[in-house]
Structures are given as C-alpha cells and as structure tokens.
Design a protein around this ligand. Structure first.
Ligand SMILES: [Zn+2]
Length: 322
C-alpha cells in the first residue's frame, strides 16, 4: 500500500484514500475510509503480506465495510478485518445468490463456455481449472458468513449514519453496485470499477461462465444508469478521484465501440470463434480479460445484426453478415 494517502486536492475532508499494490495495470487499487463516529471502509483492497504491513489501520478503527463487487482486489482485507475487529460487512445481494451455486456446478458451466469459445481440447482442462481457482479465491476472501447486510439494487441503506444509495452496474462484474452518498454537502459516487476517469474497466461480467454472453448488454445498461445519476465527485477503485462522471461514461462507451469494431474486423467468412477473436487483440489469450471480452463482443455483434453464429462440434463460430 502506498499510503494511506490523503490527496487533499482531489479528496475532501472526510475521505481518506488507501492504495494497495496489485500486480496488474494500473498497479494499484483504492479503498476509501470515511471518517466519522462510525468509520466506514468502502472496498477492502488487495491482500498481500506486504500490503498488510503497510496497512497502518487498526481493525477496530473500522465499524463498517461496504463492498462494491466481489473481485479479489476489492475484498482482500475483509476476512482480516472480520477476524481482528467487529465491522459490519455489506455486500451486493446478487452475490449471495451466486454463492448458493455449488462450485461443481460452476465448474461444469465453465467447461461448457470454454469449449464453445474454441479453446483447444488439450488446453481446456487447464483453462477451466485456472478460472475455477479464481472463483474459489473470491469465495474464500468473501464468504457468505462474513457478510452482515446484503444490499439490493435501488436500496438505500443506513451505514453508520450515512445513507448509501445502491445502483446495480454490471458489465465489469455482474453483481457490481455503485453507491451514491451525501458527504459534506457534496454528492459522492463510490463507483468501484465503473466510471474510472482514464480508462474502461474490462468487461468480465461473468468471466468464463455462460452469462458472460450478457456482459456488453449489462455494461450498456450500467452506463445508462450511471448517466441518470448526479455526482459531484467520483471515487473509483482505480485511477484518480474525479469530478467528470459524464466524461468517464463517454470514455467507456467509446472503448466498448472500439472493442466491437476490432472484433468485427476479426470475423472471417470461414468462421471465427472467441479464441480467434481474442487472439486478434493479444498474443496470450490464456489469462486476462481477452477471452471473456471476445465472447461478449461476438454475442453483441450478433445481436446488433453485424454477425451470425452457428455451433459446430460444440464450438460457436461467427461469420460476417453478407
Ligand atoms: Zn473489479
């Protein structure tokens, strides 16, 4: 963690921004500590022994922990805080339903998605195992029994004397919530991995599970919802605290358009599956967001009438529309 650092020019009084090192771009994830009678942490960083040494925060300093979405870099310290203090933990209600699906079922869903995406048979088991491990990791970092309050879309929840207004914002992650909060006369938006000022968060809605097919529709809907929100200041999980919600939404829309264009350019009359489409964007499709984004983009192209698909030996191929 590079802090806790209070960026006075971007962060008004009651908010302290905590930064945790992560090994992927942009190299850090932020959590926000709201001061007051009942200190509240929004998101819980990335766990690592180094980050723990750096976290000069007594667990007893935190009365509430609010989670925007169950990704490992946002829930890393939940268990640490629960084991050493007594915070109330709040998480998206949709995640509770996800947790009710046994891992064996998740594994079968991943296998099916991996096969349909065109992952070669000799690599399919490794791809499934790797993806399942990421799911397991998050479940261990944020198990159901560490959550006290499940928050639904549209709900307004009292968190230590402050109202948190939840809006569901999928696309990056299917259970993702953004929270509008009145802070010191300003309207704040704790936006998790949405509304990042300088780049678009990857569209890994459901990773390599079948509902990844809904990723771009969900992302669009989330951006529409964010567009309807007023916020004076946005506190995202990555990138700077900013006052440019509309601009951040525009950046994301443009980036999604480019994703569709690049995916469309990869369509061949002989048939393009998701691994082909991902390989048009990266040399290594085996990890990272490439394959899930390709799955999502191909589906979006077909729904927009820009591609057609067919199944052959369990693999879904897309062709340009003549
Ligand atoms: Zn995330």
């Amino acid at each position: 963690m590079n802090g806790p650092s209070t960026a006075a020019e971007t962060t008004p009084a009651p908010v302290t921004r905590l930064e945790f090192d992560v090994s992927w771009s942009p190299g850090f994830v932020s959590a926000y500590l709201l001061d007051g009678d009942e200190p509240t942490l929004v998101d819980a960083g990335m766990y690592s022994p180094d980050n723990e040494t750096e976290l000069d925060l007594e667990p007893t300093d935190v009365d509430h922990v609010v989670v925007t979405h169950p990704h490992i870099d946002h829930v890393g310290f939940v268990e640490h805080l629960v084991e050493t203090g007594e915070p109330r933990v709040y998480a998206p209600d949709a995640y509770r339903r996800t947790l009710s699906t046994p891992l064996s079922t998740v594994e079968r869903r991943i296998e099916r998605t991996v096969a349909e995406a065109g992952v070669p048979e000799k690599m399919a088991d490794a791809a499934t195992a790797f993806t399942l491990e990421r799911v397991r990791e998050v479940r261990e970092a944020l198990p159901a029994d560490s959550v006290d309050v499940w928050i639904r879309d549209g709900e307004s929840i009292d968190v230590g004397g402050r109202q948190f207004d939840a809006t569901t914002t999928g696309g990056h992650q299917r259970e993702h919530l953004c929270f509008g909060v009145d802070l010191d006369g300003e309207r704040a938006l704790f936006s998790g991995d949405m509304a990042i000022r300088t780049f678009r968060a990857v569209a890994v809605h459901a990773g390599l599970e079948p509902s990844q097919r809904e990723a771009l529709a969900a992302y669009d809907e989330a951006l529409d919802r964010l567009e309807a929100i007023d916020a004076d200041r946005v506190y995202p999980g990555h990138g700077p605290v900013h006052t440019e919600l509309r601009e951040a939404i525009r950046t994301a829309r443009e980036s999604l358009d480019r994703l569709l264009e690049r995916t469309e350019a990869a369509l061949r009359p002989s048939g393009t599956h998701a691994v082909h489409a991902a390989a048009a964007r990266t040399d290594d499709v085996s990890s990272g967001p490439w394959l899930p984004e390709a799955i999502a983009a191909l589906v979006a192209l077909e729904r927009a009438g820009r591609a057609e698909s067919y199944l052959e030996d369990g693999v879904r191929y897309y062709v340009p529309v003549e």
